[in-house]
Design a protein around this ligand. Structure first.
Ligand code: UDP
Length: 374
């Protein structure tokens, strides 16, 4: 049995797809396990990116309960690992699927590789529960694939040994650079009139459910009132806690288009065409700088400080006044926009997956394993 890849949410699928392909090229026989955590959204992402899972977990948990979900995933992944004995298990990021996959592997003494290791906001409540999941994964991981030097530093501060950490870049950059040449034009772009500028808005984080999303929607309404040459596209997450609020607040608003979740090739087409992004998403912050689109981050804290330090993103939280002020500055002042747009993407060079595969090939080679590499 080769290397198991555990993926259940949209961002995990988009970030692990190029890793799966690189492992295949390296002869490491990857096995893609779809946990089903994100249901339809996950299947849309798999189709968008050409992934056909080798195996789907039976599911049956209540996705609204983090404990039921985590316990269910742990049990089902544990069973599969004990029956199939993979050489290693790869998880990505900070979801219940990632944590359960890492713990199940660890408990069966199977080496764990963590892609996108070392992100830290410093606040277990923000983003919740992601910050806790990623912290819990670190001590049971054998191969830490840190996207940046800052992520490596965070891991070192928690006592992870330097020889267990590799700075690879984030494979989302591999995915986005590849997709840039294969985008698909979504119908919503036809609404854009000549001379109009596009603003992409996404918001789905648990901490923002309810009041936060309402405030973000209020800022969106004020922005279209204040700038008559902008049009906002909001592909609303399929989670009903998000969709219901967004449709109630913005469903009828002029020059604001609330859409279904877009397929990845469509989403990247919208991102490429955008003048500005307002988002609480982690992945979108990593992708936007590849197309020179500034991001205003609709969160109070960030585990992607690199984007702020590089000047490609700015934290604005969910206070409508602050969102409108910062967005208006970027919409009105060309120099301010250029200053953010003209920076390099700090998250990678499109080679992360190849590096991860090469490292795993070397580390899992019989000679290395026999030498007690861990
Ligand atoms: N995305 C997509 N369609 C959409 C919205 C987002 O394909 O309608 C992609 C986006 O490009 C990014 C990923 O989904 O790669 C981000 O997922 P999400 O915001 O759900 O999660 P996060 O990154 O915040 O964990």
């Amino acid at each position: 049995m080769g290397i198991a890849i555990v993926a259940g949410t949209r961002p995990e699928i988009l970030k692990l797809a190029p890793v799966y392909r690189s492992l295949k090229t390296a002869g490491l026989e990857p096995v893609w396990i779809a946990t089903g955590q994100h249901g339809d959204l996950a299947q849309q992402a798999e189709e968008s990116i050409g992934i056909v899972p080798d195996m789907r977990l039976p599911g049956g948990w209540d996705p609204r309960s983090l404990t039921d979900l985590t316990a269910g995933l742990l049990g089902q992944l544990g069973l599969w690992i004990s029956e199939c004995s993979p050489r290693a298990v790869l998880v990505q990021g900070d979801t219940a699927s990632a944590y359960s996959g890492a713990l199940a592997a660890h408990l069966h003494r199977v080496p764990v590789g963590h892609v996108e290791a070392g992100l830290r906001s410093g606040d277990p409540a923000n983003p919740f529960p992601e910050e806790s999941f990623r912290r819990l994964i670190a001590p049971i991981t054998d191969f830490h694939f840190a996207p940046t030097r800052l992520a490596e530093k965070n891991l070192r501060l928690e006592g992870i040994k330097a020889r267990r950490i590799w700075i690879t870049g984030n494979p989302i950059i591999d995915t986005v650079l590849d997709m840039a040449a294969h985008t698909r034009h979504p119908a919503v772009l036809d609404a854009l009139k000549p001379g109009e500028r596009l603003v992409l808005l996404t918001a789905h984080r648990r901490e923002n459910w309810g009041e936060g999303i309402s405030s973000i929607c209020s800022a969106a309404r004020q922005l279209v009132e204040r700038h008559d040459d902008i049009r906002i596209v909001f592909p609303a997450h399929s989670n009903p806690r998000v969709r219901e609020t967004v449709l109630a607040e913005l469903g009828e608003a002029e020059r604001i288009h609330v859409t279904e979740p877009l397929s990845y090739p469509e989403f990247i087409a919208v991102l490429k065409a955008s003048h500005l992004v307002l988002s609480d998403s982690g992945g979108v912050q990593e992708e936007a700088p590849s197309f020179d689109v500034p991001v205003l981050v609709l969160r109070e804290t960030t585990e992607r400080q690199e984007a702020v330090d590089a000047g490609v993103a700015r934290l604005v939280g969910t206070d409508p006044e602050k969102i409108v002020r910062e967005a208006s500055r970027l919409l009105s002042e060309k120099a301010a926009h250029r200053e953010m747009a003209d920076r390099n993407n700090p998250f990678g060079d499109g080679q992360a997956s190849r590096r991860i595969a090469e490292i795993l090939k070397a580390e899992l080679s019989p000679a290395r394993a026999g030498a007690g590499a861990a």
